[in-house]
Design a protein around this ligand. Structure first.
Ligand SMILES: Cc1cc2nc3c(=O)[nH]c(=O)nc-3n(C[C@H](O)[C@H](O)[C@H](O)COP(=O)(O)O)c2cc1C
Length: 453
């Protein structure tokens, strides 16, 4: 039974020059985006004009690792501005839009993360979210005193304890702890200060946090994890989940499972968990124009970059030893994402593609799905996913910036609004209010109520 019409949620996911691998070469992209703060101001203000729920910034604590020949022709995950600093600056030039950025539980300390996000929440007036990641790349380990990354299970184990500590630290001060009574000479009420005294497997954190309780109580917690451990941490802590599903059926299944796990295992209201798959689209007034935009973008992919990306998708196989215009070789199923690898190989066999042809096909969005069409076609797609409960919204990933964000705001948003699927004005002030999420009570307030019952 499809859900009654409500309004969907939208994130604007900014990769500096855009999400397409060749975006930095596009005439409508900002090639120096990685050092251009004015570019980010314009992007955030455009997204705010479009009434997006939030801006989203990913992060890694290392430069991507691949062959230098390919890396030197690529702008993504090479050298960027640090996102927490960037978000704090963007808070000053926007007034309504939410601002979400990434911090890894593997290489930060929970006290840092709690303090930085609390601070950003104060600076922005309650518009901040934390994208909790455990770091997927091994290169980050080498920058933090380690020879190897944590194993998958260990990093999620650590992440769980990390998140508990962060949330606990955010409750250090009651909302009304700071009385600032000049007459009596009392700055804060000691009864409203709480010391965490956490001692666990990975962290020992006394607290309290030396930053007041955030305006949102807790900044919104965002997560993206499809493994068992990833889903478990999402079900427990996440309020927004970014997923990377291609098909409506797969996303529907995922959404149902993670929400019922949140309800059954952690006693949460499944409505307080918003699933937002990535959406990369080329939109234009006519279908042929949208196709042209896509083909032009594809024509800018350098073959060496395409081969490197295909090699990653194919489990790290060295493709340079095979003729580029020859057939895709038989390769063992190893490493990375086996389902993406299998889909790529199936596509090559079915359409008899050479390595070059498959590489160009897969490289643009790194094997992720891309749609193209008129505003009506794009919104039909979004509406179907939303109404059939595969998605509560989308994390929009413009292929090149600022051009493709402008197109989305000028063409897709009005069509969503015309169908009543998206807001025409912000109703709330905080990111929680935009997303329809309640403000969490402090654990101490909840405990006091419980004790009084
Ligand atoms: C939309 C999206 C954004 C992500 N952003 C980051 C990021 O900024 N940094 C990072 O280390 N991982 C990022 N990831 C990776 C996830 O945190 C996670 O490791 C990945 O989805 C694999 O899931 P698993 O760890 O449960 O296997 C992102 C994933 C998605 C789908």
């Amino acid at each position: 039974m499809p859900r009654p019409k409500a309004q969907l949620k939208l994130g604007a996911f900014f990769n500096p020059t855009g999400h397409h691998v060749a975006s930095w070469r596009h005439p409508q992209s900002q090639a120096d985006a990685n050092v251009n703060f004015q570019h980010y101001i314009e992007l955030a203000q455009t997204a705010e004009r479009g009434k997006f729920d939030m801006v989203f910034l990913a992060d890694n604590l290392a430069m991507r690792e691949a062959s230098m020949e390919a890396l030197s022709r690529s702008a993504q995950y090479i050298s960027n501005l640090e996102p927490m600093t960037l978000i704090a600056a963007l808070a000053a030039v926007t007034s309504r839009i939410g601002l979400v950025c990434t911090a890894t539980t593997s290489y930060y300390e929970p006290y840092h993360v709690a303090r930085k996000f609390a601070t950003m929440d104060h600076i922005s007036g309650g518009r901040v979210g934390w994208n909790l990641v455990t770091s997927g790349t091994f290169a980050e380990a080498y920058n933090f005193n380690r020879d190897a990354h944590f194993g998958h299970a260990e990093r999620y184990d650590r992440a769980r304890e990390f998140a508990e500590v962060v949330v606990g630290l955010w409750d250090s001060w009651d909302d009304d702890a700071f009385v600032r009574d000049k007459e009596q000479g009392l700055y804060f009420d000691p009864a409203k200060l709480h010391t965490l005294n956490h001692k666990g497997k990975y962290f020992s954190v006394k607290g309290p946090l030396n930053t007041p309780r955030p305006p949102q109580g807790h900044p919104v917690i965002v997560q993206a994890g499809t493994s068992e451990d990833g889903m478990d941490i999402s079900a427990r802590f996440a309020e927004v989940i970014f997923s990377a599903h291609w098909s409506i059926e797969a996303c529907k299944k995922y959404s149902k499972e993670v929400k019922s796990r949140a309800a059954e295992k952690f006693g949460r209201d499944p409505d307080h968990l918003k699933v937002m798959p990535g959406l990369s689209c080329f939109v234009a007034e006519s279908e042929s124009e949208a196709n042209e935009k896509y083909e032009f973008m594809q024509s800018l992919i350098h073959p060496i970059v395409a081969r490197e990306i295909l090699s990653t998708i194919l489990g790290g196989a060295d493709l340079s030893k095979y003729p580029f215009d020859g057939p895709v070789p038989d390769l063992p199923m190893t490493g990375g994402s086996q389902s993406t690898m299998q889909s790529a190989i199936d596509m090559a066999r079915k359409e008899n593609l050479s390595i070059r042809q498959l590489a160009m096909r897969m490289a643009g969005a790194r094997g992720k799905s891309v749609i193209k069409g008129t505003p009506k076609q794009i919104v039909d797609h979004m509406e179907q996913w939303f109404v059939e409960e595969a998605a509560d919204g989308f994390n929009v990933m413009p292929p090149y910036l600022p051009g493709a964000l402008d197109d989305f705001v000028n063409l897709v948003i009005p069509e969503l609004q015309r169908r009543g699927l998206f807001r025409t004005e912000y109703a709330g002030r905080t990111l929680r209010e935009h997303l329809g999420l309640p403000r969490p009570r402090s654990r101490y307030e909840a405990r006091a109520d419980h004790a009084a019952e």
